[in-house]
Design a protein around this ligand. Structure first.
Ligand code: SAH
Length: 354
């Protein structure tokens, strides 16, 4: 039994089974034993990898899309360049390198990272040596200024509730105890007014996920962007409206049971982009676009060819594989989606046009 499993079992004994989101939150962010709180999951020995860790092209293109959105909105001075959940800081480093040539962008940008993990803040500090960075626990403390922001695989790390349709009510998936070990179960039927909107498109037995923190973050982004201007480019795996159980545990690049080794496996869930778009109003949202389409529209093939001219042997093979991995429909190209938030009257950033 891991240290965290003992903590969770104690909590269940004291107050009863835990909702899935409460369980995920403890597994990911428990201050002493939480998965993100204690380690760098993206390092060489890590459990999973992400687009910016696969290739510098991802961050370069995202950075240029963001800079174009900044130019299109009149190149506001002193803007916030922010990233929630920056991992190792690689994406922000690539964004900053690619935008060096955009006149005025760096002079006006103030870099703000929103990161819950002390372990990852340390890695980010190192990756972004020489950059003036301010860290935050939430969006609330960001300065009031136009907000240009990227979030890659951030929303999928936020805990979800899971509800199974039963008549006109729902049973909630919880983690309880059986013979001293963690075991998933279901509550009695209850009404969940938040999910009234899902009564029309589900039937008995369907499982629906709801991410309270995702809605909270999207609302905060939308309100800032509507008020101060800016753009948020959100990249994640998921779809428009979630259906079914998508919570998965990943350890050492393979999936595990969600109740196995809590605190030592990554837990994530697909993102319901419709819920985020609705929460972000009055900010507008772009069309949900597959990552492969988005990166092709931004010219990833030309960039890949330019980088390839300086490479040979294994490094060239790795580079070609990375291009495929980011864009191909059998890899990340279709599963991952991109959606931007932007103010009324502005255009969506390049690559996300209707
Ligand atoms: N964007 C990075 C890392 C993705 S992993 C990349 O693409 O490589 C998820 C990131 O979100 C980690 O940095 C994790 O510590 C952070 N995170 C998870 N929950 C968070 C929360 N509630 N508040 C702030 N950061 C959080």
């Amino acid at each position: 039994m891991t240290a965290l499993e003992a903590v969770i079992a104690g909590q269940i004994q004291a107050t009863g089974p835990l909702r899935m989101d409460d369980y995920m939150r403890l597994c990911l962010l428990h201050p002493e034993h939480g998965y993100y709180a204690t380690r760098d999951p993206l390092g060489v020995q890590g459990d999973f990898t992400t687009a910016p860790e696969i290739s510098q092209m991802f961050g370069e293109l995202l950075g240029l899309a963001l800079a174009q959105a900044w130019l299109d909105q009149g190149a506001p001075g002193a803007f916030v360049l922010a990233e929630p959940g920056p991992g190792r800081g690689t994406l922000m480093a690539d964004i900053l390198r690619a935008t060096r040539a955009v006149p005025g962008f760096h002079t006006a940008a103030r870099v703000h990272l929103v990161e819950a993990s002390p372990a990852l803040r340390k890695v980010q500090r190192k990756t972004l040596t020489g950059v003036d960075v301010t860290w935050h626990d939430s969006l609330e403390t960001l300065p009031d200024a136009p907000l240009f922001c990227v979030a890659n695989e951030f929303f999928d790390a936020l805990p979800v509730r899971q509800l199974v349709r039963d008549g006109t009510g729902w049973r909630e998936r919880v983690i309880g105890l059986r013979d001293g070990r963690l075991e998933p179960g279901l509550t009695e039927v209850k009404s969940v007014p938040l999910l009234d909107c899902r009564l029309a498109d589900t039937s008995d037995g369907d499982l629906v996920e709801y991410c309270p923190e995702g809605v909270f973050w999207a609302r905060a982004l939308g309100q800032r962007i509507a008020k101060h201007g800016g753009t948020a480019i959100l990249v994640d795996y998921g779809d428009w409206r979630s259906l079914g159980d998508t919570v998965q545990a990943v350890r050492g690049h393979t999936t595990a049971k969600i109740t196995e080794t809590p605190g030592n496996a990554d837990l994530s869930a697909h993102v319901d982009f419709e819920a985020l778009a609705q929460a972000a109003a009055p900010a507008r949202h772009s069309r949900l676009t597959p990552q492969g389409v988005f990166l092709e529209r931004l010219g990833i093939t030309a960039r890949a060819q330019a980088l390839a001219t300086a490479l040979t042997g294994d490094r060239l093979d790795t580079h070609v594989a990375a291009h495929r991995r980011l864009t191909h429909p059998d890899e990340m190209g279709t599963l991952f989606k991109v959606m931007a938030l932007y103010p009324e009257g502005a255009a969506p950033p390049p690559g996300l046009e209707p």
